[in-house]
Design a protein around this ligand. Structure first.
Ligand SMILES: [Zn+2]
Length: 450
């Protein structure tokens, strides 16, 4: 049996993240932009979606703001705002499973995120409490259908080490790595989520000390401006060593038009090639470069050699050079008329990287972020049409894309698999987790084991 595994989803709520600081970090240009700033619309919009509400209905003022955001970005934020303003994370997780019930997805992997140290502060739910809530209300209740990734942030780790308060002014009781270890060891979490475009590279952070400390001063957090790139590298290295030793996979955000701490920060911190020096030292690290580096903006500006978007080419080169690097298709708009662009790019990619891409491509939708785009409910069928319907992938390769490859990436190989094939650390941890919590292992797990 090849299960269907979605390796990239999100179930955070607006009040889990500094959404106001994020909205103010965006560029608002021209006359319209000046009006947006003058009337403090980002702050008002953040208020609307950070409020706890049991119904999906917003008041007239919030409805107007949500519609205005849609007009400005030519997207529809109604569904998105309704999800983000939910009071309870288990409701959000249930919405995710209901939305894709027709896709028969056996395992969902929501990626938790940690933006707290990188945007102007709002009082948020402490990350430790968020992780615990997801563990108790989502992981345990789902009985093997939902196993998340926990976020790691090197600045949170260093703030804890140096006894600095959190942006909320709280004392940090746990380091970032300790939170990750606890989640993976005891709470049914499968891996680690990194978000480099916030302000740290996978490695070699001394080269961007000036950019990072300028950011911390600009957003009113000078306390963290003294943290050096050498210290960040040290924190990252501790994470990589633990991941390799314990067989814990990492998903790293890898596209230039997602969340970033300032416009263009992705290019300073997030380029796929920055991973090369990490992978040379840790060649068995299981790494998913999320989104395949596929940016709408890059598609039309400065294509790389051979016509592929530049980051896509860099990701493909890493797939070729390192056997345990993977990439997911999260947020690709293949369910829209833009499918033609993806078809053209895949045809070219498979012309040069046929021997690696079908074995390393991972299925992931990026709900609830993708819910701004019309037709997102058809994500899976549209992607299968793109790859299989156009004859790019065989039937077996399509099954690998939908879940077979994820078993490799997630370290869920059979216990008897030879070490050279990859990892089975999560198979052993999950078997223990199910036993300890009285959960009958789900069929996707037993059918792919022992
Ligand atoms: Zn995502």
């Amino acid at each position: 049996m090849k299960p269907v595994i979605d390796v990239h989803e999100h179930i955070f709520r607006a009040r889990d993240i500094p959404v106001k600081g994020y909205l103010y970090s965006r560029p608002y240009e021209g006359f319209l932009g000046a009006l947006v700033r003058f009337f403090r619309l980002p702050g008002l919009l953040a208020c609307c979606i950070r409020r706890r509400r049991r119904t999906a209905e917003f008041g007239p003022m919030c409805r107007l703001l949500i519609r205005l955001a849609g007009v400005m970005t030519r997207e529809d934020y109604t569904t998105w705002a309704g999800i983000l303003s939910q009071p309870d994370v288990d409701i959000v997780a249930a919405m995710m499973q209901d939305t894709f019930a027709h896709d028969r997805i056996h395992l969902f992997v929501p990626l938790m995120i940690d933006y707290e140290y990188w945007f102007q502060n709002t009082v948020d739910i402490p990350l430790a409490a968020q992780i615990d809530e997801v563990y108790r209300h989502v992981v345990l209740r789902s009985r093997g259908r939902v196993h998340p990734f926990a976020p790691f942030d090197p600045v949170r780790e260093l703030a804890f080490e140096h006894g600095l308060p959190s942006p909320d002014g709280r004392k940090e009781h746990d380091g970032s790595l300790a939170l990750v270890k606890e989640a993976v060891d005891n709470k049914g979490f499968l891996g680690v989520k990194l978000y480099n475009s916030l302000g740290y590279r996978p490695w070699d952070n001394a080269a961007v000390d000036d950019k990072r400390s300028a950011l911390f001063r600009r957003i009113g957090m000078p306390l963290y401006a003294g943290i050096t790139g050498v210290q960040i590298d040290h924190a990252m290295e501790k994470l990589y060593r633990w991941c390799v030793q314990e067989q814990v996979p990492i998903t790293a955000h890898c596209v230039s038009d997602g969340i970033e701490s300032y416009p263009g920060a992705s290019y300073d911190f997030c380029s796929p090639q920055y991973w090369r020096n990490v992978l040379r030292r840790h060649p068995t690290l299981h790494l998913n470069l999320a989104h395949f580096g596929w940016s709408e903006a890059e598609r039309y500006t400065g294509r790389g050699t051979g016509g592929m978007p530049p980051w896509v080419k860099q990701v493909c080169d890493l797939l070729r050079d390192f056997p345990f690097v993977f990439t997911d298709v999260a947020h690709h708009a293949a369910f829209t008329p833009r499918a033609a662009d993806y078809l053209r790019d895949y045809t070219e990619i498979l012309g040069s990287y046929r021997d690696v891409v079908p074995k390393r491509l991972l299925f992931g939708i990026d709900w609830h972020v993708v819910s701004r785009l019309k037709g997102y409910e058809r994500f899976k069928s549209a992607y299968v049409d793109l790859l299989r319907g156009n004859g790019l992938f065989s039937r077996a390769e399509t099954a690998d894309f939908l879940g077979g490859n994820a078993l490799h990436f997630l370290g869920l190989l059979k216990r008897a698999a030879p070490p050279a094939a990859g990892w089975n650390g999560n198979r052993i941890r999950l078997a223990r987790f199910y036993r300890r919590n009285g959960i009958t292992p789900p069929r996707w797990f037993t059918a792919t084991g022992p």
